[in-house]
Design a protein around this ligand. Structure first.
Ligand code: SF4
Ligand code: SF4
Ligand code: SF4
Length: 331
């Protein structure tokens, strides 16, 4: 019992940000270059690892999911419907284990945004922030994108309200505009996705939008930490299953002094992490479970990352002062 307490104390005093940096680096190498070593951790990952990148060591669920949504209605009740269910169950099984920590620790697009933020800090550019009403309004865009990436493929395989079906050129609409498709292959030396396809109106529209969004992704991430994550439909998809997550971010509101440290440390800008004193499970739809809020909270056990009921990382006054010392000494 004592050894477990000692271990928890050591973990709580630790440098989670440095640990996260190394996990992000490892995940990036695995998902972008794993193919070199014939590694493939699956094509149903709840994170962006792009199938358009030839060397990928695992791939995002959204590409296959959009293909599946083209299925005509009658086939949903046969073997094809079963395959869709199995794909979804695999995605959920991956997701449930780590919950939204896939965003904070694994997603290559999230990691690239963090690298661009590090560059911004080096260039001494002040980060942009949103007011709360703007943050709330922009946060809805990811649900609209999620609805579109389901409805557009459905309208290829099926007629809605007697309207003609869409052309297959509208297939995988989100992949066509996703910055993951254009940016991730670059790390494998493949520049072929940086192009506009003029072969049809649909392809021209989607690929031109994709190029514009890629530019926005790079410029936006340079001025606003995790700029793209607020609009990410994968994040919206996550949130549907987030309550099932075994890893949780919890808050004991009775211990919170509303000092605001957690909100100021949060790259995404989630105000509820400081303001909400009622919710125990405090994971919000935009949270990436990076744990920065836990690191900077000075109250014992106020914020915790828990796996099932077990606290794996807790805010403590001792850990807070230890980390402040390290920061002030530049170690
Ligand atoms: S929200 Fe960000 S980190 Fe999460 S899947 Fe989307 S791009 Fe990746
Ligand atoms: S850092 Fe801790 S005490 Fe301060 S507002 Fe956040 S949760 Fe409350
Ligand atoms: S609320 Fe905490 S865990 Fe979630 S993104 Fe913000 S700092 Fe990270």
């Amino acid at each position: 019992m004592n050894s477990l307490k000692n271990l928890q104390r050591a973990v709580n005093r630790g440098n989670l940000s440095r640990f996260r940096f190394h996990v992000q680096l490892f995940s990036f190498a695995l998902l972008i270059y794993g193919g070199y070593l014939a590694i493939n951790v699956g094509n149903h990952l709840p994170t962006f690892a792009c199938l358009y990148s030839d060397l990928h060591g695992g791939a995002c669920y959204l590409l296959g999911f959009q293909h599946q949504m083209v299925t005509p209605w009658p086939e949903w009740f046969g073997g094809r419907g079963m395959a869709i269910l199995i794909g979804l169950a695999t995605f959920v099984a991956f997701f449930v284990f780590f919950n939204k920590a896939w965003c904070g620790f694994v997603c290559p697009l999230g990691t690239i945004q963090d690298w661009l933020s590090a560059l911004r800090r080096k260039l001494k550019i002040r980060p942009a922030t949103y007011s709360e009403p703007v943050f709330q309004r922009l946060g809805k865009i990811k649900y609209i994108l999620l609805a579109l990436l389901i409805l557009i493929p459905m309208a290829i395989g099926n007629s809605f309200f007697g309207l003609p079906k869409l052309s297959h050129d509208w297939g995988v609409p989100f992949c066509m505009i996703c910055p993951g498709r254009t940016i991730l292959p670059l790390f494998a030396g493949d520049f072929s996705q940086l192009a506009i396809d003029f072969s049809s109106v649909a392809k021209l529209t989607l690929t031109a939008l994709g190029m514009a969004i890629t530019g926005l992704f790079i410029i936006g991430s340079l001025v606003k930490p995790r700029f793209f994550c607020l609009f990410c439909p994968m994040s919206a998809f996550h949130y549907i299953f987030s309550r099932l997550g075994l890893l949780r971010l919890t808050k004991n509101g009775a211990k919170c002094t509303r000092c605001g440290n957690c909100y100021r440390a949060c790259d995404v800008g989630i105000r509820a992490i400081a303001d909400d004193l009622e919710s125990y499970n405090i994971v919000q739809d935009d949270c990436m479970m990076c744990g920065k809020c836990i690191e900077v909270c000075p109250e014992d056990d106020c914020l915790q990352a828990r796996f099932l009921t077990l606290p794996v990382y807790s805010s403590t006054a001792e850990g807070f002062f230890k980390r402040m010392d390290r920061k002030n000494n530049g170690t």
